[in-house]
Design a protein around this ligand. Sequence first.
Ligand code: GLA
Length: 673
Amino acid sequence: MTARLGMHTLTRDRGLLFGGDYNPEQWPEHVWAEDVELMKAAGVNLVTVGVFSWARIEPEPGARDFGWLDRVLDLMGAAGIAVDLATPTASPPPWLGHRWPETLPVDESGHRLWYGSRNQFCPSSRVYRERALSIVTDLADRYAGHPALALWHVGNEYGQICHCDESAAAFRTWLEERYGDLDGLNEAWGTTFWSQRYGDWAEIVTPRRAPYLINPTQNLDWQRFCSDALLAHYRAERDILRERTPDTPITTNFMGLFKPVDSWAWAGEEDIVSNDWYPEPGDPLAPARSALVHDLMRGLGRGRPWLLMEQATTGVNWRPHNLPKPPGQFRLESLQALARGADGLCYFQWRASRFGAERFHAAMVPHAGADTRLHAEVRAHGQELRRLASVAGEPVPARVAMVFDWASWWALEERGRPSDRLNATDQLLAYYVPLWERGVSVDLVPPDADLTGYALVVVPNLFLVSDRDAAALTDYARGGGVLVVGPFSGVVDPRAHIRTGRFPAPLREVLGASGEEWLPAAEEVRCRWAGGAEFTAHTWTELVAAEGAEPVAEFAGGDLAGRPAVLRHRAGDGPGSGIAWYVATMPEPEALGELTARALADAGVRGAVPDGAPPPPGVEAVRRGEVLFLLNHGAEAASVPIPGPAVDLLTGAATDGPVTLPPRAVVALRPHG
Ligand code: GLA
């Protein structure tokens, strides 16, 4: 990530960005003229063009047809609408797979996947790489310097996985670089187990479908490799663009908490972090889940503004039953992203398709046309963003960090573990929700982040941890920080080997805890706060003894009755030492809320609403710069106290007392007077 280029490159002349994917190749050119007029009326200032246009630009191998794209860019340029120009390499034309079937991906059973959809390429295919880079080169040469070109969009939603022989060869090369020789690999993979010893590199394949459980380290390395192989391809495209247009920022669109791509590794390779995000309308946790993902995007950009590249105005078409969004909902979701650091709010897609696999997907201009309830909302939203222009570039300050790691996620969710009900992203969300409910802002960080400056660091699960990262967490708490660690953490090293001894081995001292057994629970687990109320936990328990820590909650029934369920430890001897919490079960939400409140009190952190009181249920409170955003995700009107006289940037209205928010309402309060 370069600091020179970023969202500011786009927003400094345009303010907040508003727009969407624009696929004019699906429409006759007279519709383009109408599109431009409608875009201008809606305040659209950014469109993503060309994402799936490879076959249109290169109808047969080596041919080029840029005429239509010239006209699209010229049209946008004349209208003052910036173009986020995509490299079209996410969907190769049928001729590529037809003539070079080795470019098509192979699944873990050895079946080739065919064209007729999209994403049908092998990330390690030499032919795919050559053909992709050739069209990217010509695209960059043609549009470098075009006044409409504002941003490059490399590929689309990277995540392809391929088990073909060419991928296996690339995997072997990657492994040779990692381990040097076969002894190193055999040691790391623990191949003395089940007679898996490799005597020749050629014997090593991708983790293809096998009769029973696959070697967990092989699987872990495979996931590392798949992310790296895609990243290598992304980089190759990016470098071509960078060389030809050094002043144009480059992005590729993430998909939230998406397992195949180690977003920490990727984000450092782009100028702008962008995300595609489709909250499920029927999911009661959607507002918190969205907030978490938005915070991740901000974290990936190390606090810098990010771009919401795609969202939907109403129902998508790829869920089994696609609930629509009620009026006001997409605006609420858009403003939520803005409040959490997005400087651009874009949609998939501008005009609803008449044909193709996504003809029932929502758009900014629906099939029924522009004279519709939905498009009127789009237009009003685009226009209101102008009133929020001063928010662009503002940071979202957070004193709480939450650690999340892809390698740990991959390693945790391997088959053959004590319980497959322990899921990394569920744990992350479980610990995030009580912070979100209290209006406490959180930065998502990788395990090797600099934790200085955070008052509270929450580690919902870090199953895999390196010695160095464990030592950094230890130092953090000893140096005065408040650390909360969730269950089944510190279990394996980066090779996915169990850390033997009492657990959580590398964090045992800082946590003052000493565990012997992981005990998945058959049913609900009763627990009790020390000297206080009972609460329920579920799914998971551990046999842990206090080794310096104070048991703040214990199990209240079953074989573990009287044993610690939650431990709190003064981490270190000096007056400046911090506090470390260990949670040896999965408390239900209310109890996790209580635990969070206590840890926040330890850390001296309060929420965005005055007095640190949690806002009413369903209301999200988050501060961006000096603007306090209040968003009502609940079904009831809510009244929220505010810190003092303020002006709502959305309406211009001055206010000095509690604010009443009907369902789906948003206020953006700038202190005044
Ligand atoms: C993703 C893709 C788009 C489109 C939408 C549909 O965001 O990038 O091309 O398929 O999903 O929701």
